[in-house]
Design a protein around this ligand. Structure first.
Ligand SMILES: Nc1ncnc2c1ncn2[C@@H]1O[C@H](COP(=O)(O)OP(=O)(O)OP(=O)(O)O)[C@@H](O)[C@H]1O
Length: 570
């Protein structure tokens, strides 16, 4: 026995190193050794333990039973001072004789706490999995790298995929248009975003999640109350979208741009440069201001720009600002709500700007736009929104504006007749179309072009223009530009009988100044002869319509009347 105890006493440090609590008693049941852990467990001072009878140290001890019965007890569950321990007791022998007994205690209380937590975690996991299995919504979890770690059954069903096709995959490989990997990286939540997944639309919410205060990934949810409901919503949405597309294309086919750059006929360098420039800017959304005299082809350019742009499938809406009475202009441009004013259509009406949404609006004669209206147009250009008359709900629109005028807008700005801010908003790209008299080379080219067009309608009856007529056409001043040229060619074409070529006598008298024979009369008289001839010619051309004749000659109806009286032409 001395050997054993001396060995234990000499190696007290080993005794202390053991992580379990240990009590050693001799054959009389006196405590011969007890380590620090046992002292803590029994909660007594060490001096009240050494050499004291074991039952004084620990009243419930069974060590003396072990000694007496010489039996070994393994892994007995007991409670000491509220701590749950597993104890083993064994008799100690020396030289084949029993000399004492030893008890070892393992405090398992902390393992129990851990076990409890583990159980709780496991049940949370089970609950979470059940939620993922039962939820109608699509739920998805990704880690920091954007790889999928969890997905709900409904989402898998919706995607038509199995676990092994989803879990561990990068989210972009599984879900089109996803932004989950972005939220997992940035940590910026995205709430109620509209997302298209395989042709279906749904509302997606993505939020980052944290473990121990550090971002660990993102959780995403796409809402569909139940899949069949989602299907119905989708069907309705797709139908409405299709109807909208049909309506848009119907509007576009009614309001179509009619001309392309190929139809702008010219051999003039300046014009070719303009065409090139306009083609280049067609692809941008910049506003365009086209300036030039009446009839030079401003509207043609506006059509061609729209046709060349990526908006060509969308409406091209043309508005002649000078032709609409001032009091109607606002409702024409912006539309009105039902009952906005007396006489208003009871269903309300869409305005030209809204009609041109996603397309182009062409504001012709912008210089004739009243100042008050200019302010409203400026707002559309600045804010990109329109408000119908009688409404207080502005609507976002995406419209490209091309404006045109034959007036000098800069002078109008100086005279405070045109808003400077609007001028600069419109004048982002400026195209100045030269008058026909500054591009003489185009006169014959255009004349032939118009004859070709007329021949196509009339089975090719005219072969060309005689030299004399060419001379007259080339030397004319063309105040009305290409429109005037077109009219004169058309008129000649229509009055031709039996001729293959347009001759001077097919052209209006006012062009034939060289045909006036000088009779030696004073200038005033010669001018009167010319004036009379001219009046007669134009009257015949307009089939006696005095308003048109006066307009054509640039004089008032009253002045025309006086002159007709003077020359006895009534
Ligand atoms: N380069 C061209 N090639 C072929 N036709 C042209 C050309 N330029 C103009 N035209 C024709 O001339 C006519 C007048 O053109 P357009 O209406 O575009 O002129 P505008 O400058 O807009 O006139 P306004 O200022 O009076 O509105 C149209 O019939 C158009 O087709």
């Amino acid at each position: 026995m001395n050997n054993f105890f001396s060995c234990v006493l000499e190696n007290q440090n080993v005794f202390e190193e053991i992580t379990n609590a240990i009590i050693l008693v001799d054959h009389e049941g006196r405590v011969k050794n007890i380590n620090e852990r046992a002292i803590q467990l029994l909660n007594i001072p060490i001096e009240q333990a050494i050499d004291k009878p074991i039952l004084e140290v620990y009243a419930e001890s069974k060590l003396m039973d072990t000694f007496k019965t010489l039996t070994v007890d393994h892994d007995v569950s007991i409670v000491i001072n509220g701590r749950h321990c597993i104890t083993s007791r064994i008799p100690v022998f020396e030289g084949g004789k029993p000399v004492g007994a030893i008890a070892i205690f393992d405090d398992v209380t902390k393992y129990e706490a851990l076990n409890e937590k583990l159980k709780a975690d496991q049940s949370e996991m089970v609950i979470l999995k059940s939620i993922l299995e039962l939820a109608y919504d699509g739920i998805l979890v990704v880690d920091l790298n954007g790889n999928i770690t969890m997905i709900s059954n409904a989402y898998k069903r919706f995607l038509g995929l199995e676990d092994d096709e989803v879990i561990g995959k990068h989210v972009t490989q599984v879900i089109p248009n996803t932004r989950m990997h972005i939220v997992a990286k940035t940590g910026v939540p995205e709430i109620n975003d509209f997302q298209e997944i395989r042709g279906d639309y749904m509302v997606a919410t993505r939020i980052p999640y944290y473990v121990d205060g550090k971002q660990a990934g993102a959780i995403g949810k796409v809402i569909f109350r139940n899949v069949s409901e989602l299907h119905n919503i989708n069907k309705k949405y797709t139908k409405i979208e299709q109807e909208l597309r049909n309506l848009r294309s119907e509007i576009s086919s009614i309001h179509k741009a009619k001309y392309t750059f190929e139809q702008i006929i010219t051999s003039n360098d300046q014009m070719n440069k303009l065409k090139h420039q306009a083609k280049k800017i067609a692809y941008t959304k910049s506003n365009v201001l086209i300036q030039g005299e009446s009839g030079t082809g401003k509207e043609l350019f506006a059509h061609a720009i729209h046709q060349e742009s990526n908006r060509h499938d969308m409406p091209f809406i043309s508005v002649n600002c000078a032709a609409i009475p001032e009091q109607l202009l606002e409702s024409e441009l912006f539309g009105y709500e039902k009952g906005a004013f007396t006489g208003a259509d009871k269903n309300g009406r869409i305005g030209k700007f809204e009609l041109a949404d996603l397309g182009t609006i062409f504001l012709d004669e912008i210089g004739d736009m009243p100042l008050q209206m200019q302010a409203k147009i400026l707002r559309v250009l600045q804010e990109g929104e329109v408000e119908r008359v009688g409404s207080n709900r502005p609507k976002q629109i995406d419209v490209r504006v091309i404006a045109a005028t034959n007036r000098n807008l800069l002078e109008m700005v100086e005279a405070k007749q045109f808003r400077e801010d609007l001028y600069y908003r419109l004048n982002v790209i400026n195209l100045k179309i030269p008058p026909l008299r500054d591009r003489k080379e185009d006169v014959m080219l255009l004349s032939k072009h118009f004859i070709d067009q007329l021949n196509q309608q009339d089975h090719g009856k005219v072969r060309g223009i005689s030299e004399k007529a060419q001379f007259l056409l080339s030397h004319y001043q063309w105040q009305g530009n290409i429109r005037e040229l077109r009219n004169i060619i058309e008129r000649a074409y229509n009055i031709m009988e039996g001729d293959d070529f347009i001759q001077p006598y097919h052209l209006p008298a006012f062009m034939k100044t060289t045909e006036l024979d000088y009779t030696g009369e004073p200038l005033k008289h010669m001018m009167e002869i010319y004036e009379k001839k001219l009046l007669l010619e134009r009257l015949i051309y307009f089939k006696g319509n005095k308003t048109k004749t006066a307009g054509d000659l640039g004089i008032s109806r009253m002045a025309l009347h006086t002159k007709l009286e003077k020359y006895d032409l009534r």
